[in-house]
Design a protein around this ligand. Structure first.
Ligand SMILES: Cc1cc2nc3c(=O)[nH]c(=O)nc-3n(C[C@H](O)[C@H](O)[C@H](O)COP(=O)(O)OP(=O)(O)OC[C@H]3O[C@@H](n4cnc5c(N)ncnc54)[C@H](O)[C@@H]3O)c2cc1C
Length: 469
């Protein structure tokens, strides 16, 4: 017998049988790579699963699900391992690790890509960009396509081309019974509705098929910096400037202490700054004209908004979100940026202590808002901006203080909260009400009914969970 958790043992023969049937690898607690594979992006989370099944393909996923069911083990599903609250790893669970599943097949004529669950955003972009194509995804290359898409997927090209789910054609999914099904607009339509926003709840998606859209390869993008003390005026101008922006423009605003990068003047290194980051994916001359008023406003201290490859821009935030650091996030959508909100935002941003804390305010709207709210489970299409207040420290030192800063800041803007993006939710501290807020009451009820149909025992519960009710 192998003791895998207090009061729980597994027959060694059962584990050996599972291992023998896999094309991938079974990693137990005494395996030399156990610590490497249980590690996730957020360094503040360290959990010890009972066993890790490193899946090579669909058959391994089916075997892992059936094994966990048979032995009463909870299941955690890991693709890119970037869940903020660490929902891809759990103590004493069976971890289904999809990260070895790296297949990508682009069809440039049909403009589609078939993508296995272990693929990261940067890996997908590398396969699509040689054809001048892309699937809408996120802003950090090492995030998983799977978890991001199953929550919705917001990123630099969404205002023109929609969320990741808006270009999703089909998924292959292993159900709670360990069976493989397809879901698309024509097959298991109810499931397809649910997985587009609440996807972790209904099974393990092994493959995605996306429609691809033309992007780049050259775009106009990059940050313009001002001193943070100028943020009240900069953000008021910014708000009015983006109000009539075409879909070709997407922007993110970041408040942080300036990093020691070559293009930031030496005297500003470590000083608080506000950055407006435009990303223009249309005609480049037109983009230059549109961005000009913003880059001329007030006294910018650095400006590296320039023509560059889409691939380079997609990697722009990678140094700000290095794996293994300690992170904590709270998020909410807002219907507008009012003067009062801008002043509260500046006031709290000026209190950032950690040189690594860097939080985005996302401009929403455009194509995202034109898809019918009932088209998919994803909620919050009418949001004007999304706050993703996040703190980061290198280690535990200073983390608790920075986390408190996040919570206070989040509370200070509470009266303007509307919906929330499910992939930006934190842990159990936020509670079931916040999951309901992500979908709204009507969709939450519909998701519960779907959960009763596809996973009545709540076998998949280590996620932003929809209980079967
Ligand atoms: C650095 C960073 C940058 C980010 N940037 C963006 C961004 O630009 N846009 C955006 O929309 N989001 C962004 N996010 C949030 C991101 O969408 C979520 O963290 C997402 O869950 C990550 O997916 P993953 O596969 O890496 O995560 P994982 O931790 O592996 O999984 C996250 C959740 O999805 C479930 N899951 C994972 N794979 C599957 C699967 N194949 N089938 C069923 N369920 C599965 C897991 O059970 C877990 O609940 C970012 C996160 C980080 C850490």
């Amino acid at each position: 017998m192998t003791a895998i958790a207090e009061g729980f043992t597994l027959e060694e023969t059962a584990l050996a049988e599972l291992a023998a049937g896999l094309r991938g690898e079974l990693v137990g607690r005494d395996h030399p790579t156990y610590d490497e594979h249980r590690k996730i992006w957020n360094g503040s989370i360290s959990r010890r699963p009972a066993v890790i099944v490193r899946c090579a393909g669909v058959a391994d996923v089916m075997a892992a699900v059936k094994f966990a069911r048979q032995h009463g083990l909870p299941v955690a599903v890991r693709s890119g391992g970037h869940s903020f609250p660490g929902l891809s790893v759990a103590d004493d669970a069976l971890m289904i690790d999809l990260s070895p599943m790296k297949g990508v097949r682009v069809d440039p004529d049909e403009r589609t890509a078939r993508v296995q669950a272990g693929v990261l955003l940067g890996e997908l972009d590398r396969e699509t960009q040689p054809f001048g194509l892309a699937a809408p995804s996120g802003i950090v290359t090492h995030t998983g396509v799977a978890g991001l898409t199953l929550g919705g997927g917001i990123g630099w090209i969404m205002r023109k081309h929609g969320l990741s789910i808006d270009q999703l054609r089909r998924v292959d999914l292993v159900t709670a019974d360990g069976e493989l099904v397809k879901a698309s607009a024509d097959e298991n339509e109810d499931l397809f509705w649910g997985i587009r926003g609440a996807g972790a709840n209904f099974g393990v998606v092994t493959e995605f098929e996306f429609d691809l859209v033309p992007v780049g390869p050259t775009i106009l993008a990059g940050p313009i910096f001002w001193k943070m003390e100028d943020s009240p005026e900069v953000l008021r101008f910014y708000r009015d400037w983006v109000a009539d922006a075409p879909d070709e423009l997407m922007t993110i605003v970041v408040h942080r202490k300036a990093p020691a990068l070559p293009f930031v003047p030496d005297e500003l290194h470590g000083e608080p700054v506000v950055m407006v980051i435009p990303c223009w994916i249309g005609d480049l001359d037109e983009g230059e004209r549109f961005v000009q008023p913003m880059r001329e406003f007030g006294n910018p201290v650095a400006d590296v908004c320039m023509r560059k490859p889409y691939l380079a821009h997609q990697a722009m935030f990678d140094p700000s979100f290095v794996p293994g650091r300690w992170y904590y996030f709270r998020s909410f959508d807002v219907p507008a940026l009012t003067d009062e909100m801008i002043d509260i935002t500046t006031e709290h941003s000026l209190r950032i202590e950690s040189p690594l804390t860097s939080f985005p305010i996302w401009q929403m709207g455009g194509a995202v808002s034109r898809v019918d709210e009932d088209d998919a489970a994803f909620g919050g299409r009418s949001a004007a901006f999304t706050y993703n207040i996040g703190a980061s420290t290198e280690t535990e030192e200073g983390f608790a203080e920075e986390r408190e800063w996040v919570r206070n800041f989040w509370s200070a803007l509470e009266e303007w909260h509307t919906s929330v993006y499910v992939n930006f939710l934190s842990d159990a501290e936020e509670g079931e009400d916040r999951i309901r807020a992500a979908y709204g009451p009507a969709k939450y009820d519909r998701l519960q009914a779907l959960k009763r149909k596809w996973d009545p025992d709540n076998f998949f519960r280590i996620n932003q969970n929809i209980s079967p009710g």
